[in-house]
Ligand binder design. Structure first.
Ligand code: KIV
Ligand code: ZN
Length: 503
C-alpha cells in the first residue's frame, strides 16, 4: 500500500498572518470544524502566546474538535511553550510546535546566536515541551537558506530529545523545486534517527513555487505537508492545500501516495475561508478559482461536450462543485429546504436552520430560482455572529449621471433610531457617508469588493469591505440582490465588528 501523506493545515495561524485578515473566535471555530470535515490530519489553530484572542481561539478549537490533532505554534522559549500547552492540553490529540531559526542570516541578524547556542536551545526546548506533550514538532525556520550540514545536526539532536516531527520550512519562498527536493533527500539520508519521525515541509510562495516545492519534497520522502486553504499566508502566502491535494489525487499514477482528504469538501472550505477572511480568490486560481472548470473557447466546449476528459483532468464534482442546477423556488417548503441543506453537507442547529429558511424565503421572493451557491452564502452569513450594535432600519439613495448622489439611512441602536443623510461620489459612497454620520465615528474604507454569487440579472451580490481604525482593520460582509443594500449591510457589519472588538 502506498504511504499516507499527512496534511497539516495552518490557515488559522500562517493564513491568518495574511495582511488585513483578522478572524474572531467564532469564525476560527467555524473554519476549524470545516477543516475537520475536509479531513486534515493536523490543524495549527494559532500562536497561543501572540495575544489573548489567539490563545482563546486555540483553546476553543482544541477543546471542541475530536478527530484531528490540534497544534499551537510557539518560539523555542519556555514561556511560549507553557502558553502553547495551556491552549492545546484539552485536545484529544494535542501537539506543541516549536521553532527557532537556523539560517546564518537569521541567526546572525535576528537571534544574534551562534549555531551551537541555537542547537543547545532547540534541544533544551524540545525536552521542556516533551514534559507536557508526547507529540512535538520542531521547525528549523528559514531551513531553505540554512546550511544543510547544520540542519542534519540539529534535526538529529532534537529527534534524540523527543521531537516526533521535524519541519523544513522554506520560510521566504526562495528555493527551486529540484533544489528543495534535494534538501529533503539530504535530510532523509544524513539524519541517522529519521525513520521514526514525520518529515514535514512548509513552503512559502514568494516566487510562485510553494506547491511545486512541496510536491518535490513528497517525491523525496516528506511525510507531512503544511499548507493553507486558498494559499493564504504571510506575503505571497503558503502552499495551497487544494492544489497539493488535487495534484496528489489527479496524478496518483505519478506520485503514488495517499491522503485523508475528502476532496468533495474542498470547494465549500475554500468559499467559507473566502467569505470569512474577505480575501477573494483570483478567477483563474487552480482548483478553486471561478474559472477553474469553465470552458470558454468553442473548440474546448465542443471537446468537453463530446467527451469531458478532452479538456478536464478532474471533475468539478470531485472538488464538491455542484452543477448549480435550479434547486428550490418560492413554493419550496421547509422540508425541501432542510433536505437540501443536508444534501449540501450542512448540519445546523434548529435555530440556524430557521434563520436560513427565513432568508431563503425572502430571497426566493426576489429571485426566480435559488441555486446551491445562493444557499451557501445565506447559510454562511450566520457564521460571524457579530453583535448587531447598529441595525439597518431603512435606506434610500438617489443618483444619476447629472445629479450629485445622495443617501439617507435610518439605523437603530438599542431602542433609538438615528437618521442621517449625506452626499457622495455615487450612491454607495453617499450611503457610507450617511452611516458614518449616524454612528459619529470617522472611518477609513480600506477595501471594497463586490462579486455576483451566481449568474443572471437577479444574482445575489456579495460585498466585503475592510475598514481601518488606527492600525487595525475590520472586515464586514453583506449579501442582497440589491448591491447598494449589500454594501450598506457590509459596512455596518464591519462597524459593528469594530465596535464590539474595541469595546
Ligand atoms: O514560515 C515559517 O518558517 C513558519 C514557521 C514558524 C513554521 O511559519
Ligand atoms: Zn510560514
Amino acid at each position: 500500500m502506498s504511504k499516507i501523506i499527512k496534511i497539516f493545515d495552518t490557515t488559522l495561524r500562517d493564513g491568518e498572518q495574511t495582511p488585513g485578515v483578522n478572524l474572531n473566535i467564532q469564525e476560527k471555530l467555524e473554519i476549524a470544524r470545516q477543516l475537520e470535515k475536509l479531513g486534515v490530519d493536523v490543524i495549527e489553530a494559532g500562536f497561543a502566546i501572540a495575544s489573548p484572542g489567539d490563545f482563546e481561539a486555540v483553546q476553543a478549537v482544541a477543546t471542541e474538535l475530536k478527530n484531528v490533532t490540534v497544534a499551537s505554534l510557539c518560539r523555542a522559549v519556555e514561556k511560549d511553550i507553557d502558553r502553547a500547552w495551556e491552549a492545546v492540553k484539552n485536545a484529544v490529540s494535542p501537539r506543541i510546535h516549536t521553532f527557532i531559526a537556523t539560517s546564518d542570516i537569521h541567526m546572525q541578524h535576528k537571534l544574534k546566536m551562534s549555531e551551537d547556542a541555537v542547537l543547545e536551545r532547540a534541544v533544551a526546548m524540545v525536552k521542556y515541551a516533551k514534559r507536557y506533550c508526547s507529540d512535538i514538532e520542531f521547525s528549523a525556520e528559514d531551513a531553505g537558506r540554512s546550511r544543510p550540514e547544520f540542519l542534519y545536526k540539529i534535526f538529529e539532536a532534537v529527534i534524540a530529545a523527543g521531537a516526533t516531527c521535524i519541519n523544513i520550512p522554506d520560510t521566504v519562498g526562495y528555493t527551486a523545486p529540484k533544489e528543495f527536493g534535494g534538501l529533503i533527500k539530504g535530510v532523509m539520508e544524513n539524519v541517522k534517527n529519521i525513520e521514526n519521525t514525520d518529515v514535514s515541509v512548509h513552503c512559502h510562495n514568494d516566487l510562485g513555487m510553494a506547491v511545486a516545492n512541496t510536491l518535490a519534497a513528497i517525491e523525496n520522502g516528506a511525510t507531512q505537508v503544511e499548507c493553507t486553504i486558498n494559499g493564504l499566508g504571510e506575503r505571497a502566502g503558503n502552499a495551497a492545500l487544494e492544489e497539493i491535494v488535487m495534484a496528489l489525487t489527479t496524478r496518483k499514477n505519478y506520485y503514488n501516495v495517499q491522503h485523508n482528504i475528502d476532496t468533495t469538501q474542498i470547494s465549500r472550505t475554500s468559499k467559507l475561508v473566502t467569505s470569512l477572511t474577505g480575501v477573494q480568490v483570483q478567477p483563474n486560481k487552480a482548483v478553486v478559482g471561478a474559472n477553474a472548470f469553465a470552458h470558454e473557447s468553442g473548440i474546448h466546449q465542443h471537446g468537453v461536450l463530446s467527451e469531458k476528459s478532452t479538456y478536464e483532468i478532474m471533475t468539478p464534482e470531485s472538488v464538491g462543485l455542484s452543477q448549480n442546477k435550479m434547486v428550490l423556488g418560492k413554493l419550496s417548503g421547509r422540508h425541501a429546504f432542510e433536505d437540501k441543506l443536508k444534501d449540501m453537507g450542512y448540519t445546523l442547529e434548529q435555530d440556524a436552520i430557521n434563520k436560513a429558511f427565513e432568508k431563503f424565503k425572502e430571497l426566493a421572493d426576489k429571485k426566480k430560482v435559488v441555486l446551491d451557491d445562493d444557499i451557501h452564502v445565506l447559510v454562511e452569513e450566520r457564521v460571524s455572529q457579530i453583535p448587531e450594535i447598529y441595525q439597518l432600519k431603512s435606506f434610500q439613495t438617489n443618483s444619476g449621471n447629472k445629479v450629485i448622489a445622495t443617501a439617507m439611512v435610518e439605523l437603530t441602536k438599542e431602542d433609538q433610531t438615528v437618521t442621517e443623510a449625506a452626499t457622495g461620489d455615487g450612491p454607495i459612497d453617499a450611503a457610507f457617508n450617511a452611516i458614518e454620520r449616524a454612528v459619529g465615528i470617522e472611518i477609513k474604507l480600506a477595501d471594497y469588493n463586490l462579486r455576483a454569487v451566481t449568474g443572471g440579472k437577479d444574482a445575489l451580490g456579495e460585498v466585503s469591505v475592510k475598514i481601518a481604525k488606527e492600525d487595525k482593520t475590520f472586515m464586514g460582509r453583506g449579501v442582497s440582490t440589491d448591491i447598494i443594500e449589500a454594501s450598506v449591510k457590509a459596512y455596518l457589519n464591519a462597524i459593528n465588528r469594530m465596535l464590539s472588538e474595541i469595546a
